[in-house]
Design a protein around this ligand. Structure first.
Ligand code: G6P
Length: 609
């Protein structure tokens, strides 16, 4: 989605802004632009549809200024072209604005401005902000931006430059992330930490309804009515190198291989071997609260939704509490019934996915309790929730989620353990699960070692225009996630089905051009699964089976990938079986020379509806 960067200090702004925009590329975008300000030359803007490198290639030679703002745009109002790219300026070319989010009353404001004789040049909602700031007569830039914001309804993270106030950037946040980076005699701002960490790890997370002024000397924060908020800066304990792909050809590859350590981090200090349960201080729920939960409802989008389905099964199995997952993007549109004894769980890597955030707000509006399984500390969803489990996966840059998803699964296992142990899950079963979780990191390491074996199969799959991923019960959400990964990074059509449902429709599509990837765990359904695979084989459909060492497949499959690790607990099958599917999608995309980390049309965190 759209990204924002800004800089004020002693260095030339343009190269820093371009570098920062490059670091936001993974968020997904279709055009980019920057504006710089110098006391002698005034405001200059360069913007272009396409990649940051296209903008860089066409930058005018003289583009000097030690203060500036930049943006990557993901088109919402109007097509992706040079004119609609940000920054947007007012008629006199004095004010420049970059904006993330959506202005709901843009149409009315556009009509009002046009009526007042203002010529709007773009199709965007953002342009109105530049004109509103320019038309304000307040004494200060802060006053002008505040006045403009008073007219706006919607969500925003924004940054404003004004030629009449050349020492400052004024920024504001409402529903769209904005982080200030505090440097030495220089200040940065960005919508994502990825664009800041190379310069500073001392940051200020702005709250909703908050504004800030950045000058080379420092920052001040205040509310939109200009009353000071004095928000303090925090030194983050993060390694800037985690935002670099290092020796890997892509972040996706790096992040897949980081899964064993991510699992260790999400488990650290949380397993209780003695009582076969987990410690989750951040849940803010005691045994009595947990006991009062009659139902669990999980909400997330994309991969977070699929892992939510895996989590719901875990909770039902271990705690025997009815649980299900729903796409957060649908939830609030069906006037959901929110019950006081249901525990709602929002799952999100970024903590900024607007559909998930709005679902949490709907739950709160109706008096429900919602906890979060969130990776990004201090993100909007984490703050909105009543408690939760931080995932500690580390920064995830690739659009396709891998390590965050794995930590989400572990988060659900920890939650299921606790919900189970305050009910009928025996101490022996609790201990069994605790031991299984302790082995998980090592097991993942072994599954990842299958990579070389997978390359050929991945190449073959990459040649199919369309394919199925099938699984049953525990294997079904795995199939859904496998199909999702493949679609995202290869642009091939992949559809997930319950193996048991094949004969009720999709079997009609099976022929030698349509492969099926089947998930067949060694469990009570293995024989039935194999039976269904014969129906595929009988129709000439190529079959790739992901399974355990002891499942007898006869000669039904064309390719069999066995995750050859000592059998862990069945409850942990889904996550161990998901990892080979990540590798398959990755190698298929690599073979097709796709832009693996930045698939077309997709964004890392979707901050607009
Ligand atoms: C986008 C990404 C998906 C991701 C989903 C949820 O659609 O492309 O990969 O799973 O958002 O993101 P979240 O940050 O809420 O987990």
């Amino acid at each position: 989605m759209c990204g924002i960067v800004g800089y004020v200090g002693g260095q030339q702004a343009a190269p820093l802004l371009l570098e920062g925009l490059g670091r936001l590329e993974h968020r997904g975008y279709d055009s980019a632009g920057i504006a710089v300000l110098s006391t002698s030359k005034g405001l200059k803007v360069a913007k272009k549809a396409g990649r940051v490198r296209d903008l860089e290639a066409e930058m005018p030679k003289r583009f000097s200024g030690k203060i500036g703002i930049g943006h990557t745009r993901w088109a919402t109002h109007g097509p992706a072209n040079d004119v609609n790219a940000h920054p947007h300026v007012d008629a006199a070319g004095e004010v420049a604005v970059v904006h993330n989010g959506i202005i709901d009353n843009a149409a009315a404001l556009r009509a009002e401005l046009t009526g007042a004789g203002v010529e709007l040049v773009s199709d965007t909602d953002t342009e109105v902000i530049a004109h509103l700031v320019a038309r304000s007569t307040a004494d200060t830039l802060e006053g002008r931006v505040s006045e403009a914001l008073g007219r706006i309804e919607g969500t925003y993270g924004l940054a404003v430059l004004h030629a009449g106030f050349p020492d400052r950037i004024v920024v504001a946040r409402n529903g769209s992330p904005l982080i200030i980076g505090v440097g030495d005699k220089e200040m940065h701002v960005a919508s994502d930490l990825a664009a800041l960490v190379r310069y500073t790890t001392t940051v200020v997370h702005l709250g909703d309804g908050e504004m800030a002024t950045l000058t080379a000397g420092g920052y001040t924060t205040y509310r939109e009515d200009l009353v000071a908020t004095d928000r303090a800066a925090k030194k983050l304990d993060i390694d800037p190198a985690s935002y670099d792909a290092g020796d890997h050809d892509s972040f996706m590859h790096k992040e897949m291989l980081e899964q064993p350590e991510a699992v260790e981090r999400v488990l650290r200090g949380r397993l209780d071997e003695r009582f076969g349960t987990s410690h989750l201080g951040g849940l803010n729920m005691d045994a009595r609260d947990l006991r009062a939960v009659r139902r669990v409802k999980i909400l997330g989008c994309g991969s977070a939704y699929y892992v939510g389905q895996m989590g719901a099964q875990l909770i039902e199995e271990l705690a025997r509490v009815p649980a299900d997952a729903e796409a957060a993007s649908e939830f609030r549109y069906r006037n959901p019934i929110v019950e006081p004894d249901t525990l709602y769980v929002a799952v999100s890597q970024s903590g900024e996915t607007v559909d998930t955030l709005l679902a949490v707000q709907e739950i709160h509006r109706k008096g429900g309790r919602c906890i979060g399984l969130v990776n990004v500390v201090g993100s909007a969803i984490a703050r909105e929730c009543d408690g939760g489990i931080y995932l500690h996966a580390g920064p995830e840059v690739a659009v396709a989620s891998t390590k965050a998803l794995t930590t989400m699964y572990v988060g659900f296992a920890l939650l299921a353990l606790q919900l189970g142990r305050v009910r009928d899950l025996s101490i022996a079963d609790g201990k069994r699960l605790v031991a299984g979780l302790q082995r998980l990191s090592g097991d993942l390491e072994k599954v990842l070692a299958l990579e070389d074996e997978l390359v050929d199969v991945a190449k073959r799959l990459s040649q199919a225009e369309s394919m199925f991923f099938v699984g049953r019960v525990r294997g079904y959400p795995v199939a859904r996630e496998g199909a999702q990964k493949l679609k995202e990074v290869t642009y091939r059509h992949a559809e997930a089905y319950q193996t048991s449902e094949l004969k009720h429709g999709p079997l009609a599509l099976i022929d030698k051009t349509v492969p099926t990837v089947a998930i067949v765990p060694e469990d009570e359904l293995a024989d039935r699964n194999v039976g269904a695979l014969h129906e595929i084989a009988a129709r000439g459909g190529p079959l790739v089976v992901i399974t355990h060492p002891n499942v007898d497949l006869g000669d039904v499959a064309d390719r069999v990938l066995r995750i050859d690790v000592p059998r862990n607990e069945v409850e942990l099958d889904p996550i161990l079986l998901t990892v080979p599917l990540q590798l398959l999608a990755y190698h298929a995309a690599l073979h097709l020379e796709r832009d693996i980390d930045k698939p077309r049309n997709l964004a890392k965190s979707v901050t607009v509806e």
